[in-house]
Write a protein that binds this ligand. Sequence first.
Ligand code: SF4
Length: 795
Amino acid sequence: MTDTARTDGAASNALLKFGRFFTKWDETDDGRAVFHEGGRQGDVFYRDRWSHDKVVRSTHGVNCTGSCSWKVYVKDGIITWESQQTDYPTTGADRPEYEPRGCPRGAAFSWYTYSPTRVRYPYIRASLLEMYRESKARLGDPVEAFRDVSTDPAKRARYQSGRGKGGLVRVGWEEALEISAASYVNTIKNYGPDRLVSFSPIPAMSQVSHAIGTRFTHLLGGAMTSFYDWYADLPVASPQVFGDQTDVPESGDWWDSTYLMMWGSNVPLTRTPDAHWMAEVRYRGTKVITVAPDYADNVKFADEWMPAQAGTDAALAMSMGHVILKENFVDRQVPFFTDYVKKYTDLSMLVRLEEHPEGHGLTASKFLVASDLPEHASQSDAAFKTVMWDAASGRPVVPKGSMGFRHNAEDEGKWNLNLDGIDPALSVKDVEGAQGVEIALPCFEDPRGAGSIIRRGVPAIEIEGQRYCTVLDLMLAQYGVGREGLPGQWATGHDDVSTPYTPAWQAEITSVPADQCIRIAREFAKNSEESEGRTMIIIGAGICHWYHADATYRAIMSLLMLTGCIGRNGGGWAHYVGQEKCRPMTGWFNMANALDWSRPPRTMIGTGYWYMHTDQWRTDGFSADAITSPLSTGHLDGLHAADAMATANRLGWMPFYPQFNRNPLDLADEAQAAVDRGEAATVQEWVARELKEGRLKSAIEDVDAPENWPRNLILWRSNLFGSSAKGEEYFLKHLLGTHNNVMENGHGAEHRPKDIVWHDEAPKGKLDLLITSDFRMTSSTLLSDIVFPAASWHR
Ligand code: SF4
């Protein structure tokens, strides 16, 4: 073999030969393979980097609902690397597996653990520590020392105005806990335990760490503020429609769908570990549609993109509903849909039509209920039993399953939807004696949000001297689906641009072409009919965090209800939850709310709590009637939202904390003493009398009075100020008393509440102490007086 045959040239050959002077190796005859021994020191770095003593299972307890299982590799107590766990139970041979689950955010988590921003020791505001130590040395008692610092105006201003400006110093656990405990005892003793407040987001993730704080709060008698509604993740439409917080399937059910829409949900980005089912179901032939204002990450997975402008989704959904109703409930009847809506929806329930008190004509009023009918009025809870028209017997009947069957012994066992031979009339149009009448309906097509009135017709029958139609009759009228012989203004066709809820009308608003709206609505209904309800809409924050999200969600959910998809595998709506740990919920609920200690727990809506206590109500120039229907009867006219809150609290519809303008511990002692003196039969009776006679007041009525301020706030697993504190500047000013950018723009000056005491000077710095427990420095820890380190998830 020549040198030229071994290499690609003389120069290369010379270089190789030259190299052998420096390195010894054996080689094959043709020189194509060489054999080295030793010399692997360069690999050591990599071997060390990936070596480990043990593997620990972990996850990331964030509010992402993924709960992905991870293998965390540990060496000498240090996390060296992590990888996705692959031992999930199999789903069987004919479905995709759950694993691998994970996302890039989670894969980077060990970097948090060793980040320079990691909180590893307790920290305290230096000025507070210095003043506390001085007071304690002088007074000898921790509680008296904290009271001394927190009630002296100059000292209070000194540590409050330092919030958010650095100045945290390391402190020992013992002293940090002592000061925290002293402040809690001071509040409980001098103001009342319901002046303690706590916040932590969703318990569905990391239930134990959530429960630890809530139990602490409830054992002390403090108040917990809600979270799901506060950061606008709660799909309010769900309790409105189903009476259930979030009635949705888990993401694995996406794979059962035969027609899948992603509506306002960027699945690969926000539901990364679940996204594969959406991608995999396409291999089954499922058509995937996306509704998104932009060319989002999920759009590239879709077969079709409906580019609705942001905030216009309701118009698109109403118009798809128009097509579905017209073509499947009027032009023809689809037995699958008809059977479904008769059994599982209220479309056949009868609704009274009444003259509007301000002369707008007939409007829809309340459901016809058993108590309205002489032959049924004597039933238990008759006022809560809805009524339908039975086409079989030709009379009104009371079907089982409504609320009135739920809570009395007489109706035990009748909480089901078995129609027992009733044939519900979906419309009263064909009932003998039915007559078409014109009704007034509200419409909110004005982009500024003002409502207008549209006039359309429904068939009506008379029962006990009142006129009634069904929910479907009203729905067809609202959606503008005309039927022969009915009065009112109706769409001339799908191409009618000027009549609300037609495909052509929505195109002007959403930018989705009318033809596409019609075609997708038809495909949606056809698939639902042929697959018996396996049409699904994955719906997400793109809509839920939008103003009036409840109305938009309801318009979208109606498409699914009309076509028999709710409650079916592969069908229905899939909001961005579905991985919550429901099984331990019962035990968790008792433990977290300290129900073994006292009940009910003091919990209230976060939105209302912060609106009042951060004084955002003082600059709220809106009145509650700004969002009412043009057909409303004036209950909210001129009402300030703070008045609405006070009314809801006074009537017992909504708890508010603090509850009274007195320390509840003192109040309980006084009440018991009054009972002992024979002045009242019970504590409750005495408290009710004190309220009635004005000697005791609700705290909300004078929410800015010092005795009604929240005094202690503790945050854990939460960056309240950096994320969910809507109106953060108001928090900084009124709760924390530090620098802020609240603009005194005079809003609200002309519109003040009637039921809330107005103080010309709004309080600044209501909080005596802000504590945060976290594993990293956040906007909230920087504003806090005391910071406690938390163990990170992997630790
Ligand atoms: S989705 Fe990401 S952050 Fe959430 S648990 Fe899975 S890997 Fe962790």
